[in-house]
Design a protein around this ligand. Structure first.
Ligand SMILES: *[C@@H]1O[C@H](CO)[C@@H](O)[C@H](O)[C@H]1NC(C)=O
Ligand SMILES: *[C@@H]1O[C@H](CO)[C@@H](O)[C@H](O)[C@H]1NC(C)=O
Ligand SMILES: *[C@@H]1O[C@H](CO)[C@@H](O)[C@H](O)[C@H]1NC(C)=O
Ligand SMILES: *[C@@H]1O[C@H](CO)[C@@H](O)[C@H](O)[C@H]1NC(C)=O
Length: 456
C-alpha cells in the first residue's frame, strides 16, 4: 500500500514537472490535453477597432492603407473627413452595450465548450490594458475597459467553458516590425519589445487555455522565438497542464509543428488526419469581423454549418465557429440565432459528438451525407453514431458500412422508441423508418442514429 502510494506520488511529481525544451522535437511530443479533443465545438470572436468601420473585413486597415483597394478609398472619401486616419476609429469603439455575462450565457447556450477571443489582431490594438501598447489599447482609448478581463471573468464565473485567446504575432504597420522586416528578420526588436512581452502578459494575467497564434507567416519561428515561448508555456506557465496551442508559430511551423493543426482557414480535409486539427471557419462566409452590409445569404445556413461540423468531427477535428460582434458590444441577432440553433442541436445530438473518436469509416459507402463517429459507453460497449445530413426520403435508410449482429439496436437520438432494421444481403444494414409525426422529430437538421453491438 505504502509503496503504491509512494510510486503514484513519484509519478505525479514526474508528470507535473515534465520539462519541454525549446525545440520542435520536444514540443511536438507533448500530449494534447484531453479536454480539447473532447470539446469538438468552440466559438471564435473577432472584435477590435476593425469592428468600427465594420465594412469589407477585419483586414480593413491593410486593404485601405496597405493595398489601397479602390472600394475602401471610395468608402473613406464618401463617409469620412479627408484627414481621417485608422487610429481615429478607435474612440468610436464604444462597446456601451457589452455585457460579458450576457455573452457568456449565449455561448453557454450554444453547446460550445471553449471560446477564443481576439486579444489583439494584426492592427495591434490590444483588447486589454497592455503595458506594451501605449495609447493603442482598450483602456486608454475607445471602450475604456478591459474587454479580455471582463469576458474571462464572466465565462469562468458562470460557465464551464474554457477561455482562450487569439493573438497576432505581427502588426501590419508597427515601425519596429517594419524595421525588422527590412533587416530580413535578422534583428528581433519587435519580438523583444512587443510580441513576447505581450504574450507573457496575457498568459500571466488571463490564464487562457487556448493560445490561438496567427500573423506568423512572413517570418520563421526562429524570428518569433516561438519554441522558447512554448517551452515556457508548457513547462512553467500558470496554464502548463491544460493549455493548448495551434500551429501558426512561423512559416516553418504551420501544419508541421506546435499543438493542434489549423493549416489553412476553413481546413476541412474530409479524411482522418495524423494530428489533431481544428477547422477555424466563419458563419459570415466573407469576413471574420462584423460587416454592417452583410446580406442574409452571406451567412451559412444551419444545414451548411452542420455539414461542416459533422464532416470535421467525423474526421477527428474540432470546429471553431466565428462570430463578429459590433463596436457597441452587441452580437447581431443572426449570430445569436445560429449559436442558439447549434445549442438546440447539440442538446439532442451531443452524445454522438462530444468525446467521440473517428470510426474506421468516416462516411457511408451507399448513402451520401452520412458521417460516422464512435464512442464507448460506460459498460465498455462500442456505440457507432451515423449522422445523416438528410432525413431519409423512403421507408429505409440503407447504410453500407455497419455490419449488424443479432443483438444490434438502432435508435435515433432524441426519439423514444428503437427502430427496426434488416441485414443487407450485400453487407450493411437497412434501418426501417416508421412514420414519424412532425412534433416527434427530435431536431430540424442532421439526425443521429445510434448503433450498438455491431460486428468489429
Ligand atoms: C449552461 O448550459 C447548460 C446546458 O444547456 C445549462 O444546464 C446551464 O444551466 C447553463 N448555465 C448557464 C449559466 O447559463
Ligand atoms: C530568442 O531566443 C534566443 C535563444 O534562446 C535568445 O538568445 C534571444 O535573446 C531570444 N530573443 C528574444 C527577443 O527574446
Ligand atoms: C529563420 O530565418 C533566419 C534569418 O533569415 C535564418 O538564419 C534561420 O536559419 C531560419 N530558420 C529556420 C528554422 O528556417
Ligand atoms: C465520402 O467522403 C469523401 C471525402 O469527402 C467523398 O469524396 C466521397 O464522395 C464521400 N462518399 C459518399 C458516398 O458520399
Amino acid at each position: 500500500m505504502e509503496k503504491i502510494l509512494l510510486l503514484s506520488t513519484l509519478l505525479g511529481l514526474l508528470a507535473s514537472t515534465t520539462a519541454y525544451a525549446p525545440n520542435w522535437e520536444s514540443l511536438d511530443n507533448r500530449p494534447l490535453p484531453q479536454w480539447y479533443d473532447e470539446a469538438k465545438l468552440g466559438i471564435f470572436i473577432h472584435w477590435g477597432v476593425f469592428s468600427v468601420p465594420s465594412y469589407s473585413s477585419e483586414w480593413f486597415w491593410w486593404s485601405w492603407k496597405g493595398q489601397h483597394l479602390p472600394a475602401l478609398e471610395f468608402f473613406m472619401n464618401e463617409n469620412y473627413k479627408p484627414d481621417f486616419t485608422y487610429a481615429d476609429f478607435a474612440p468610436m469603439f464604444t462597446t456601451e452595450f457589452f455585457s460579458a455575462a450576457q455573452w457568456a450565457a449565449l455561448f453557454n447556450a450554444s453547446g460550445a465548450e471553449y471560446v477564443v477571443l481576439t486579444s489583439k489582431h494584426h492592427e495591434g490594438f490590444t483588447n486589454w490594458p497592455s503595458k506594451h501598447s501605449f495609447n493603442w489599447n482598450s483602456m486608454d482609448v475607445g471602450p475604456k475597459r478591459d474587454l479580455v478581463g471582463e469576458l474571462a471573468h464572466a465565462i469562468r464565473q458562470n460557465t464551464n467553458i474554457h477561455f482562450g485567446l487569439y493573438h497576432s504575432l505581427f502588426e501590419w504597420f508597427h515601425p519596429l516590425y517594419l524595421k525588422d522586416k527590412a533587416a530580413k528578420f535578422e534583428t528581433q526588436d519587435f519580438v523583444a519589445s512587443k510580441t513576447l512581452p505581450e504574450l507573457y502578459e496575457i498568459v500571466n494575467a488571463y490564464k487562457p487555455e487556448v493560445i490561438w497564434s496567427d500573423g506568423d507567416w512572413e517570418a520563421n519561428s526562429t524570428y518569433w522565438n516561438s519554441t522558447e515561448f512554448l517551452a515556457w508555456l508548457y513547462t512553467d506557465s500558470p496554464v502548463k497542464d491544460t493549455v493548448v496551442t495551434n500551429d501558426r508559430w512561423g512559416k516553418d511551423a504551420t501544419c508541421k509543428h506546435g499543438g493542434y493543426f489549423t493549416c489553412q482557414d476553413r481546413f476541412n480535409p474530409g479524411v482522418v488526419q495524423k494530428r489533431k486539427f481544428e477547422n477555424a471557419m466563419t458563419i459570415d462566409k466573407y469576413s471574420w469581423g462584423y460587416r454592417r452590409d452583410a446580406r442574409l445569404s452571406d451567412y451559412l445556413t444551419m444545414e451548411e454549418l452542420l455539414k461542416t461540423f459533422v464532416e470535421t468531427v467525423s474526421c477527428g477535428g474540432n470546429m471553431l465557429m466565428n462570430i463578429g460582434p459590433t463596436k457597441e458590444g452587441t452580437i447581431a441577432p443572426i449570430f445569436q440565432e445560429r449559436l442558439l440553433q447549434m445549442g438546440s442541436w447539440m442538446a439532442v445530438n451531443g452524445e454522438g459528438i462530444r468525446a467521440t473518436h473517428p470510426w474506421k469509416h468516416q462516411n457511408d459507402t451507399i448513402t451520401e451525407g452520412v458521417w460516422y463517429t464512435q464512442k464507448r459507453d460506460k459498460t465498455g460497449g462500442l456505440n457507432v453514431y451515423a449522422i445523416s445530413l438528410n432525413w431519409p426520403t423512403g421507408m429505409t435508410l440503407s447504410l453500407g458500412v455497419p455490419m449488424p449482429t443479432t443483438s444490434t439496436e438502432v435508435t435515433l437520438l432524441g426519439y423514444p422508441a428503437p427502430f427496426k432494421w434488416q441485414k443487407r444481403n450485400a453487407g450493411g444494414i437497412d434501418i426501417l423508418i416508421p412514420k414519424i409525426g412532425f412534433n416527434e422529430i427530435p431536431c430540424k437538421w442532421a439526425w443521429t442514429f445510434k448503433l450498438t453491438n455491431l460486428m468489429n
